[in-house]
Ligand binder design. Structure first.
Ligand SMILES: Cc1cc2nc3c(=O)[nH]c(=O)nc-3n(C[C@H](O)[C@H](O)[C@H](O)COP(=O)(O)OP(=O)(O)OC[C@H]3O[C@@H](n4cnc5c(N)ncnc54)[C@H](O)[C@@H]3O)c2cc1C
Length: 381
């Protein structure tokens, strides 16, 4: 891996830093209190190309690669983790359609996901009782003369309130578990698609998360993404890439906590002299830097077209767990101020916790990593 960032990567990081400072940061606290879909900020992100960072230029993206994407996500998450997760999902949806779509599907959907014409994309995989194990899903798509008829329910879907495109996974055969699942592109305004009320979440109030009901939703044959019954592969490939985004997001929140705690300590001579406090900041900085290298390694492997499943899970596992620890440490170092909503540390703590859950919990990451270790040892034996 080349540890020297290219001019282009630094440029995209700079674009994201400017966007975070001028658009996200001024709105973050109000969004945390009032909640809601961050429409204006997302439109501003689209003007800067942050809605399709690794997407080809021919389809409206920046074509800057996954390392640039990881750097940009970290910058944005420092300012507003909620808006950033909506952007991560949009980037992921655009990349999935680019990777698995026909030329017509790519042309129809990807440019509009990059320029905000379709608002944003959403990723509808999880269901009641089918989160860590999507093979247990019950949503069904049945073949008709005209295309497909989709019925079922999804749960906890980021941007479910406003998405212009849903990637929906549904069972298309009775094969058990993960076999017999297909992937569909469902317009957000398709008759029969109904979003529930936004969930009342612990954090990430700057992104909406809803249940989705699909009642006799009719889509054409051109809505099928990839092959029938082979959709699980698309879901797993999307999640591998998505984990790099969530690792980078967690890192951004952890770095924001480190900045807050360091600034607080600098203003308090007694704390600044305490070796216990100094070591705490040293541990936070060391762990977040280690996380940054893991995230960049996974991103570099992805854009170099090498296998990156194990590295993406390692980055997601480590960055999310160490970022949660960093936000907790910031709360403790800051004492009573850590609990003061005006000081932001408590918001960072509420925002970061979910990074250990979505795109696969920490336990699921450990399963993926250990499976990959076994596979590589098996190949050598
Ligand atoms: C804010 C938010 C946004 C989300 N956005 C999306 C989205 O956009 N699209 C989407 O499809 N989903 C989304 N999700 C859903 C998310 O991906 C799931 O919550 C997650 O995959 C965990 O599934 P679950 O909640 O059903 O927990 P469960 O799968 O029920 O897990 C419960 C606990 O059991 C553990 N566990 C489960 N299986 C095993 C095992 N085999 N071995 C060891 N431990 C195990 C888990 O690690 C966890 O600790 C979102 C969730 C949240 C909270």
């Amino acid at each position: 891996m080349d540890v020297q960032l290219s001019e282009r990567q630094l440029e995209v990081q700079g674009i994201a830093r400017e966007f975070a400072g001028s658009v996200l940061a001024p709105r973050a606290q109000r969004l945390d209190v009032e909640g809601g879909f961050p429409r204006e900020s997302l439109a501003e992100a689209a003007k800067r190309g942050l809605t399709g960072i690794a997407v080809p230029k021919a389809l409206g993206g920046l074509e800057a690669g996954t390392v640039a994407y990881s750097l940009a996500v970290t910058e944005m998450a420092k300012a507003c983790a909620g808006t950033t997760v909506a952007l991560c999902v949009n980037n992921m949806v655009a990349e999935v359609v680019d990777a698995f779509g026909t030329p017509a599907q790519r042309e129809r959907w990807v440019p509009g996901l990059c320029n905000f014409e379709h608002t944003v994309g959403a990723f509808a995989l999880s269901e009641p009782g089918a989160g860590s194990d999507p093979g247990g899903m019950r949503t069904r798509a049945v073949k008709t003369d005209k295309g497909w008829l989709i019925n079922g329910s999804k749960l906890w879907i980021t941007s479910g309130t406003d998405a212009g495109l849903f990637i929906v996974w549904a069972k298309t055969s009775d094969a058990p578990g993960a076999r017999g699942i297909s992937t569909f592109l469902v317009p957000g305004d398709a008759p029969g698609v109904q979003a529930g009320k936004p969930e009342h979440k612990m954090g990430l109030h700057g992104s909406t998360t809803t249940a989705l009901d699909f009642t006799d939703v009719e889509v054409g044959d051109d809505a099928l993404l990839g092959d029938t019954d082979r959709g699980f592969r698309a879901a797993m490939m999307a999640l591998d890439g998505g984990r790099i985004g969530i690792a980078s997001q967690a890192l951004g929140v952890g770095l924001a906590a480190l900045e807050l705690a360091s600034a607080h300590v600098a203003e308090q001579p007694a704390l600044a002299r305490s070796q216990a406090v100094q070591w705490r900041l040293a541990d936070m900085a060391t762990e977040l830097d280690a996380g940054r290298l893991l995230a960049l390694q996974a991103a570099w492997r992805k854009e170099s077209k090498l296998q990156f499943s194990r590295e993406a899970s390692m980055a997601k596992l480590f960055c999310s767990e160490r970022a949660v620890a960093a936000c907790n440490a910031a709360l403790e170092v800051m004492g009573e101020l850590g609990n003061d909503a005006a000081a932001r540390a408590e918001q960072l703590f509420r925002d970061v916790r979910v990074t250990m859950i979505y795109e696969g919990t920490s336990e699921v990451q450990r399963i993926v990593i250990s499976r990959e270790i076994a596979r590589r040892f098996g190949e050598q034996a």
